[in-house]
Design a protein around this ligand. Structure first.
Ligand code: G1P
Ligand code: ZN
Length: 540
């Protein structure tokens, strides 16, 4: 037992993706210990089994040893750890479910850079494999404020490089191959023979693992099992600082991949994933696939993969994600659920069997196979669709738009705005909402405007103030919300969408197609006057 002053740590409130801080904060005396003890106090450790692993960023290895020593001191029966302390987030979610454990601890700060001067994070996932709900994270937070001591053994460290079982006093530690169970799950969902045959016919792919956790998974699945050429996976070794890369799979940060895919010798298919492997970006030769379009294509074609051949139970997307997938759902007679931003809202829908496929505009897609979004899963589903349908990514997108029409879509981010100014802007906008319907802006008539409120169809819980939506006649839409994951000041996210039914006008440059919607957003929200910014920092 180590005594610490109560209220030593007042900043351990987990956000939507767990507790994220600078690595040096986590390295501070008793900091990680306090949070882990609080977690075990809330969820209980005695006699329980947990999964443990992370994305390999700086401090991952040390943190695993500390957590093992605390788990043992708190009477845990068994901890399943990925070799080297490595587990991707979706693989951890799968292991929690596969082994029917009492949950797991995942070490990651997702797509944030890693290193001693960058970010670290930890979160607890429940026995269903999904992130702890707010009731649990709030209880953990309250406990972090009240803790006066923690329990930690001073046992020798576990050799995480060796597969197999060892002990920390009475607690079993099973060091397992981080990849094999996950790879088997993927093999059960997708037609590996068809994909292998496609690679054998000369199909070329580039997978950029961005020196993050998916490297070993992608090499094993794509190169070893599916026969993609050796070297298909680049930046395949997870490094503590991600080799200085910012492992966020979007056109800005995955610029190397984008350059190759838009270049003269582009392969047929390109993909990237983030630090912990739950996000994905997909690119065709000469064509970028927006995450909202990717979700729609995956939903429309999932039945081509063996794991989904019985069809989908339903579809779910976060509110700011484009309505492209709604059109697929409608054509299939499926309910499309619209949830607040954040993966945790999908968990109830998946557990209840209301939805099979879920997605967010922020490069997250997944299904009911785990309770996290899953980057490699989305990439493999795309490969499966390409293998069955033939043709290029560009052709599949063109056919999709010809069938359903196109939802032009973009997100504009205004970062590090002074928090008070951002809050004031949102309040002014909210106050305007009741009077907006019927007004004409930039030649478009506003059909409805509200602040999104979600009632969970499974447990009836209500999440209010989830983002301002302004919908126009004809399906154009503006959404504004403040980020819940930013670290400095406030980040304003402006989501812009316009529907084009086709057959004409399906091939306009995105920002051009959205120009009237962008102008309307400025007219209504007065972003320049309210934030002092004349242009967004990031456009995706
Ligand atoms: C962002 C994304 C959101 C995602 C979350 C965690 O949250 O927009 O879709 O679920 O990261 O990965 P935000 O910063 O917008 O609150
Ligand atoms: Zn992530």
């Amino acid at each position: 037992m180590t005594a610490i002053p109560t209220t030593a740590f007042t900043d351990q409130k987990p956000g939507t993706s767990g507790l994220r801080k600078k690595t040096r904060v986590f390295m501070g005396p008793h900091y990680l210990e306090n949070f882990v003890q609080a977690t075990f106090d809330v969820v209980g450790a005695k006699g329980k089994t947990f999964v443990l692993g992370g994305d390999g960023r700086f401090y991952n290895d040390r943190a695993v040893q500390i957590i093992l020593a605390i788990a043992a001191a708190n009477g845990a029966a068994r901890v399943i750890v990925g070799q080297g302390g490595i587990l991707s987030t979706p693989a951890a979610s799968h292991l929690i479910r596969l082994n029917k454990t009492d949950g797991g601890l995942i070490l990651s700060a997702s797509h944030n850079p890693g290193g001693i001067d960058e970010d670290f994070g930890i979160k607890f996932n429940m026995p269903n494999g999904g992130p702890a709900p707010e009731s649990v994270t709030e209880a953990i937070y309250q406990r972090t404020l009240a803790l006066g001591e923690y329990h930690k053994l001073s046992a020798p460290e576990v050799d995480l490089s060796r597969l197999g079982r060892s002990h920390v006093e009475k607690m079993f530690v099973d060091v397992i191959d981080p990849v094999s169970d996950y790879a088997a799950l993927m093999e059960s969902l997708f037609d590996f023979d068809a994909i292998r045959a496609m690679f054998a016919r000369g199909f070329r792919m580039r997978m950029d693992s961005m020196c993050a956790v998916t490297g070993p998974y992608a090499v094993e699945i794509l190169e070893n099992r599916l026969g993609a050429a050796k070297g298909t996976v680049t930046h395949a070794t997870p490094l503590p600082d991600f080799g200085g890369m910012h492992p966020d799979p979007n056109p800005t940060w995955a610029h190397e991949l984008m350059g190759e895919m838009m270049g003269p010798d582009a392969p047929d298919f390109g993909a990237a994933s983030d630090g912990d492997g739950d996000r994905n970006m997909v690119v065709g030769r000469g064509i970028y696939v927006s995450p909202s379009d990717s979700l729609a294509v995956l939903a429309a074609n999932a039945h081509l993969a063996k794991g989904y051949k019985a069809g989908l139970k339903g579809i779910a997307r976060s509110m700011p994600t484009s309505a492209a997938v709604d059109r697929v759902g409608a054509a299939m007679g499926l309910t499309t659920y619209e949830t607040p931003t954040g993966w945790k809202f999908f968990g109830n829908l998946l557990d209840a069997g209301f939805a099979t496929i879920c997605g967010e505009e922020s490069f997250g897609t997944g299904s009911d196979h785990v309770r996290e979004k899953d980057g490699l899963w989305a990439i493999l589903l795309w490969l499966n669709i390409l293998a069955v349908r033939g043709g290029s990514v560009a052709e599949i997108l063109a056919q999709h738009w010809a069938t359903y029409g196109r939802n032009y879509y973009s997100r504009h981010d205004y970062e590090a705005i002074e928090t008070a100014r951002a809050d004031a802007m949102m309040e002014t906008l909210r106050a305007k909402l009741p009077n907006l319907a019927g007004q004409k802006v930039q030649g478009m008539t506003i059909a409805a405007a509200d602040d999104f409120s979600y009632t969970d169809p499974v447990d009836g819980s209500i999440s209010a103030r989830q983002g301002v939506r302004i919908v126009f006649d004809g399906g154009a839409r503006i959404v504004l919300r403040l980020s819940g994951t930013g670290t400095s000041g406030a980040t304003l996210r402006l989501y812009l969408e316009r529907y084009q039914a086709g057959p004409e006008g399906l091939d306009i440059p995105v920002q051009t197609a959205l120009a009237p919607v962008i102008a309307a957003a400025e007219d209504i929200a007065q972003i320049t006057a309210n934030t002092g910014r004349t242009a967004p920092d990031v456009i995706s």
